[in-house]
Design a protein around this ligand. Structure first.
Ligand code: UGA
Length: 430
């Protein structure tokens, strides 16, 4: 079976590499020649543990190739995965123009039966739209199916999640498509659920929105925990042992970010509105998330007073560890607010970079974590990089003007930090 992956972004590149690792012949197609040149040379243009090694391995094994030649790539493939971007429109709905373009390209070039599979996160009903778009441009009336097969991988854990998924969802009403996808995933040991395309599409949004809800619930509860002098981490542990609740995604912090939760929650709300209803719980999930970094900032304000003229050290920019992705990262909003209140900000992240053009006279980026501590009035931890745990916190303390430590990810041990002389506050934990 020849696999084609259209769109060599984060999901597309990972999908292509994982199918190659599973032993299939894979082609990655993109219109961005610069991206393709890099991938062909074994250069991964984003940070994701383990993927670069796989890229080099399969560039050499011959299992994987990258091209911009649509006709050749489409004609030699049996299964075509759509992995292009679905950015948010200003009203929160998903922009499907790249998906439509792919459908038209497939229809234009196809030379026999093709199974087209949506892997991009797309609104409920998109499988039907793609079917229509292909049908409109299918000049030679070639047979085809369109299925939905949502992706559940996490950034920073993409390889692990793709090679050992919790479940595989196949949304199709066609036996031929279902058989092909079952064959494709036959080496996987997890449960494979066959369902309708609409159900598969909703499962993806519902899963992300539920995880976001879990986080916002714990974040709101962390505020109450502070008032009650209770450790939210212990609450999470106690709750998580109940198998009905589960221990994952109960970690309180300064809020979720990334390209998925914020976008998908908003797209699901949009879908509900288009269908004449509001998802009230999600409104509050978004509200809690938007204000959660402010909760940490308020703690600092209570301690420091006015931020004007103060020096803030920010550790971590990425929206989570093991990625260079800064989309919707709460750190960015925190930095903006600190600068807006006339603080000086010294930032360090081991990998993530500020967006192009994000400059300010009072903002500097350090090349070593240790550098941000000098003369600082407060340290804010925004991303729980393991290396921050390994810092020599004891020796850093005397370098600060005021040893205030606000741990936005509850990653450090409060007792130890206090014994070093820090004023320590986490989120629902101190
Ligand atoms: C998320 C989902 O977890 C994946 O299953 C899904 O495939 C992906 O979106 C997607 O739709 O493509 P991702 O955004 O990469 O994955 O990262 P997560 O690990 O889910 O973390 C998202 C945010 O939630 C991060 O900012 C993280 O710091 C935060 N988080 C996570 C918490 O604040 N607390 C937690 O307990 C867990």
């Amino acid at each position: 079976m020849n696999i084609l992956v259209i769109g060599t972004g984060y999901v597309g590149t990972t999908t292509a590499l994982v199918f190659a690792e599973m032993g299939w012949k894979v082609t990655g197609l993109d219109t961005d020649q610069q991206k393709l040149n890099q991938l062909q040379k074994g250069i991964l243009y984003f940070h994701e543990p383990g993927l670069k090694e796989l890229l080099i391995k399969h560039n050499n094994s011959g299992q994987l190739q990258f091209t911009s030649n649509k006709k050749e790539a489409i004609q030699k493939s049996d299964v075509i995965f759509i992995c292009v971007g679905t950015p948010s429109r200003p009203d929160g709905s998903a922009d499907l123009s790249y998906v439509k373009q792919v459908a038209e390209d497939v229809a234009y070039h196809m030379n026999g039966y093709k199974l087209v599979v949506n892997k991009s996160t797309v609104p409920v009903g998109t499988q039907e739209k793609v079917t229509e778009w292909i049908s409109e441009s299918n000049r030679h009336a070639h047979p085809y199916d369109v299925a939905s097969n949502p992706e559940f991988l996490r950034e920073g854990k993409a390889l692990e999640d793709s090679l050992h998924p919790d479940r595989i969802i196949i949304g199709t009403k066609s036996d031929r498509a279902a058989k092909l996808l079952q064959q494709l995933y036959s080496s996987m040991t997890c449960e494979i659920i066959e369902t309708t395309p609409r159900t598969a599409e909703l499962i993806k949004y519902a899963s992300n929105a539920f995880l976001a809800t879990k986080i916002s619930y714990m974040n709101e509860l962390s505020r109450l925990s502070d008032r009650l002098d209770v450790d939210i981490r212990e609450v999470a542990k106690g709750m998580g042992l109940d198998l009905r609740i589960g221990s994952r995604f109960l970690q309180a912090g300064i809020g979720y970010g990334g390209s998925c939760f914020p976008k998908d929650v908003s797209a699901l709300q949009q879908t509900a509105e288009e269908n004449g209803m509001k998802l009230q719980i999600l409104e509050q999930v978004v509200n809690v998330n938007k204000s959660q970094y402010l909760y940490m900032l308020d703690k600092a304000k209570k301690r420091l007073g006015d931020f004007a003229g103060k020096k803030a050290a920010v550790l971590g920019l990425a929206f989570k560890p093991d990625t260079d992705d800064i989309r919707e990262a709460p750190s960015l909003r925190l930095i903006q607010d600190l600068l807006g209140q006339q603080a000086t900000v010294h930032l360090y992240d081991p990998i993530a970079k500020l967006p192009a053009g994000f400059t300010h006279d009072h903002l500097t980026v350090a090349s070593m974590a240790e550098d941000v501590f000098k003369e600082a009035d407060a340290v804010f931890i925004c991303t729980e990089w393991t290396m921050f745990q390994e810092l020599d916190w004891k020796s850093m303390h005397p370098q600060m003007k005021q040893p205030n430590l606000f741990d936005g990810r509850n990653m450090l041990d409060a007792k130890t930090m206090k014994s070093f002389g820090y004023y320590y506050e986490g989120i629902g934990y101190k």
